[in-house]
Design a protein around this ligand. Structure first.
Ligand code: MN
Ligand code: FE2
Length: 301
């Protein structure tokens, strides 16, 4: 990185507020400022006491996946901030400050649930299956930390596909969908439901940024499409494995959770993201702004 500043964006060309990252920054300043400490968990704590031991175990299991996942994405986003800052992409850096803040709040949110609702101080890492470890313990930090020594467009594509498309776009979205429908269907845990709904909005901005970043890179160099596709395909097996491992652990799943529904949901998310990214091939930057802006305005990345 430069040891001295030769110029400043905001005292020369200014900020381009029409770009997708500035639109995301605007949305994040409005919707990303909810406070996990304000969530009222009193009814949730009462609900927890009435659950069976199996129901408690399944909720702890799912929460342990979210908790470690949120901590991982908080820890692992920093090399991407360094990368966009080094390229002088100020609009993207401004947006990414909210991204990091939001992941920190998600980490805070789940720990409040574990402390104040479940009341557990035990090691939950036995819930992390081999497929989960492949992605969250290994592939995610490897792809992100690679940026510390290699900021090439290909390394950026690998990082963003792993982080935004697989960890957020397939794993987190599927997990939050499963968890929220389990609680809502059974009229349980209003505080946790409220937090997950807010967190899902934050995640949709994160995924929209990933779509924008990868699209921008692929549009500039079509050979990066293969890099994106290969990274997606390499991680699809372990991503679907996380769903399979979770269900395999429980002969009878409580809350009416069905494996097929979630495996299909995960696969559908994967397919949707591949199709979104493929549209960037041969597109102009203006096309990408337009498509991304539409997705941002409609919360549909
Ligand atoms: Mn998050
Ligand atoms: Fe996220």
């Amino acid at each position: 990185m430069l040891a001295t500043h030769h110029t400043f964006t905001t005292t020369t060309r200014g900020l381009d507020r029409t770009t997708p990252p500035m639109r995301l920054f605007e949305k994040a300043k409005r919707y990303g400022v909810w406070n996990p400490s304000d969530i009222d968990f009193r009814q949730d704590a009462a609900d927890w006491q009435r659950l069976s031991p199996l129901e408690q175990e399944v909720l702890l299991h799912l929460t342990s996946l979210f908790q470690a996942g949120e901590e991982a994405v908080t820890a692992d986003i920093l090399p991407l901030l360094l990368t966009v800052a080094a390229e002088g992409r100020l609009e993207e850096e401004l947006y990414l400050t909210t991204f990091l803040f939001e992941e920190a709040k998600h980490t805070d949110f789940f720990r409040r649930f574990l402390d104040e609702v479940a009341g557990v101080q035990i090691d939950l890492s036995h819930f992390h299956s081999p497929s989960y470890r492949t992605i969250v313990y290994d592939a995610l930090p490897a792809a992100m930390q690679a940026l510390l020594t290699d900021r090439s467009p290909a390394a950026q594509v690998r990082a963003s596909v792993t982080y935004n498309m697989i960890v957020e776009g397939v794993l987190a979205e599927t997990g939050y969908h499963a968890y929220l429908s389990a609680l809502e269907r059974n009229g349980l845990m209003p505080g946790q439901c409220q937090g997950i709904r807010l967190l899902k909005q934050d995640e949709s901005r994160h995924i929209a940024y990933g779509i924008y970043l990868i699209s921008r890179l692929v549009a500039e160099d079509d050979s990066l499409w293969t890099v994106a596709e290969d990274t997606m395909n390499a991680l699809l097996g372990p991503a679907l494995g996380v769903v399979a491992d979770t269900f395999a652990r429980y002969p009878v799943m409580p809350f009416g959770l069905e494996e097929g529904e979630f495996a299909n949901y995960a696969l559908g998310q994967f397919q949707k993201r591949i199709e979104r990214l493929e549209r960037a091939r041969g597109a102009s930057l203006q096309d990408i702004y337009q498509v991304t802006a539409h997705a941002i305005d409609h919360d549909d990345a």
